[in-house]
Design a protein around this ligand. Structure first.
Ligand SMILES: NC(=O)c1ccc[n+]([C@@H]2O[C@H](COP(=O)([O-])OP(=O)(O)OC[C@H]3O[C@@H](n4cnc5c(N)ncnc54)[C@H](OP(=O)(O)O)[C@@H]3O)[C@@H](O)[C@H]2O)c1
Length: 283
């Protein structure tokens, strides 16, 4: 079987491509940046260069002989790229597309509406699909590293609200299981970490991992927006993040499922393990 990973130089895609390599497969990767792909995979993957914004024939070439695709797209207009990939896949005879989506499709919170349109485009293409409706990623916590390193503080507008962040390795494990079996075709799978935690609890867990107390400081939506605009700029992404944090605060994003266990056969990785693995980022 031949697999193509789109988004292979990113957080989740790189892990999926690496898992395929570790299982003895030789995946294809569709990337904008050849150097980054070479640094990640050496000569253990077939590298196809292209840009989903303007794929030309590069996507068709990358899909020749491919059985399954793992697809990562982002942005408020990701539907365009999901459409381009799924229709090209359908045309090329690819049997299955596994899309990294979000739990928020179910509520329309944050980026949920973007991914809902992406999922619809893939359904329209007629290609068999699996949608991974993931909870927030544990790796989002790396965004707290500067204030934790500098001030020993995690500032957030999430109040006492809880969310069950999922470890990126669990997402990659689920994605690889879905790609390499026929078991989950036609399904939208909600996958979360093992327990919903408040940001205060996660601050304390990071504190334990680095051997220094980390304080949680509540901020308003307005303050959270102003801080986000500093690095993300004004626009749909900053709006989506503040919307997500508000939903966490209001207890609308505390879903916990057994998706990871059902699909991989093992328990999802807890946040304290992620914190230990990433302690150096917070010291
Ligand atoms: N963070 C969360 O809590 C969360 C929760 C649920 C769902 N999600 C979803 O997860 C996805 C993000 O996953 P991630 O963290 O793995 O993303 P990421 O690390 O930002 O990686 C994105 C990948 O897409 C590639 N890419 C971007 N634009 C491209 C284009 N025009 N043509 C070809 N490749 C392109 C990037 O390539 P370059 O290396 O060239 O930039 C990179 O490989 C988003 O859809 C997000 O909504 C996130």
């Amino acid at each position: 079987m031949k697999y193509l990973v789109i988004g292979a130089t990113g957080n989740i895609g790189a892990r999926v491509a690496q898992r395929l390599i570790n299982s003895g497969a030789r995946p294809s990767v569709f990337v904008r940046n050849e150097k980054r792909a070479k640094a990640l995979f050496g000569d253990r993957a077939d590298i196809h260069i292209g840009d989903l914004e303007n794929p030309g024939s590069s996507l068709d070439r990358a899909m020749a002989g491919v059985d399954g695709i793992f697809l990562v797209t982002d942005g408020s207009d990701l539907e365009k790229r999901d459409r381009a990939v799924s229709f090209a896949a359908s045309h090329a005879g690819v049997r299955h597309v596994v899309k990294l989506s979000t739990l928020d499709v179910r509520t329309g919170i944050g980026t949920g509406a973007w991914h809902a349109r992406g999922e619809d485009a893939i359904r329209e293409s007629g290609v068999a699909f699996t949608f991974l409706q993931a909870a927030g990623f544990m790796s989002n916590a790396l965004g707290w590293s500067q204030s934790i390193r500098r001030d020993g503080v995690l500032r957030s507008s999430t109040g006492e609200g809880r969310i069950a962040f999922i470890h990126p390795d669990d997402i990659a494990a689920v994605a690889t299981a879905c790609l390499t079996t026929r078991d989950h075709r036609g399904q939208a799978l909600v996958i979360t970490g093992p327990e919903a935690l408040s940001y205060g609890e996660m601050a304390a867990t990071i504190g334990k991992a680095i051997g220094k107390p980390v304080r949680f400081e509540d901020i308003t939506d307005g303050q959270a927006y102003a801080r986000t605009v500093e690095w993300a700029g004004k626009g749909a992404y900053a709006d989506a993040l503040v919307d997500i944090w508000r939903a966490v605060r209001e207890g609308r994003l505390d879903t916990v499922t057994d998706g990871v266990k059902r699909i991989t056969g093992r328990e999802p990785i807890p946040f304290d393990r992620w914190a230990k693995e990433n302690a150096a980022s917070f010291q």
